[in-house]
Design a protein around this ligand. Sequence first.
Ligand SMILES: Cc1cc2nc3c(=O)[nH]c(=O)nc-3n(C[C@H](O)[C@H](O)[C@H](O)COP(=O)(O)O)c2cc1C
Length: 192
Amino acid sequence: MFNDLSSPLTLLRTRRSGKPRDLVAPGPDAAQLRVILEVAARTPDHGKLAPWRFVVVRSDQRDALAALLERAYKSENPAAGRLELDSMRQFAIQAPTLVVAISSPKSESKIPVWEQELSVGAAIMNLLNATHASGYAGGWLTGWPTYNSMVRDAFGSANERIAGFVFIGTPGRPLEERPRPDYNRIVSEWEI
Ligand SMILES: Cc1cc2nc3c(=O)[nH]c(=O)nc-3n(C[C@H](O)[C@H](O)[C@H](O)COP(=O)(O)O)c2cc1C
């Protein structure tokens, strides 16, 4: 899958997401994950606020996360059936490594929250690039758990939001390329 990635541009041009449900062991070891997260934190951030943070959900905590998601889903959907609850469990236990990226804007700062939120997206992108550069694939999911307040409370405080569940591992099947936007539709030259 990974061809010659020695050129930084080739690395960037070949990154693509892995579907978290298709990511298998191995995931990054502790030292590799630390480097990935250090790279993620090396992200443009107006005002040096670090308006983001990362919560690693260790493999011995995945069952607890699954139980939390099931509980939260059931409290919002009391009539939920087994299939829906199973999908919550599957979400929590997929892929060897899970990092939950938290948007943590500093509302007392004069830097607009919008700019702080842009920075968390950039940090996750950096995380995905560092994951790829480390020889793994990553997938950024939001989905129902991201927007539920019980789940949010388990990861952060009232002014914070989950920006994404980033799953990391080794692709269990070749990654599919997806169509990319047409260059001429997204790039233009400004003139009066
Ligand atoms: C903010 C955000 C949220 C996403 N949430 C989901 C999701 O809930 N489910 C999903 O299948 N993919 C989700 N994705 C991933 C995209 O569907 C898709 O995998 C990704 O854009 C592939 O791009 P890439 O090949 O350049 O990595 C999300 C992406 C972003 C940026």
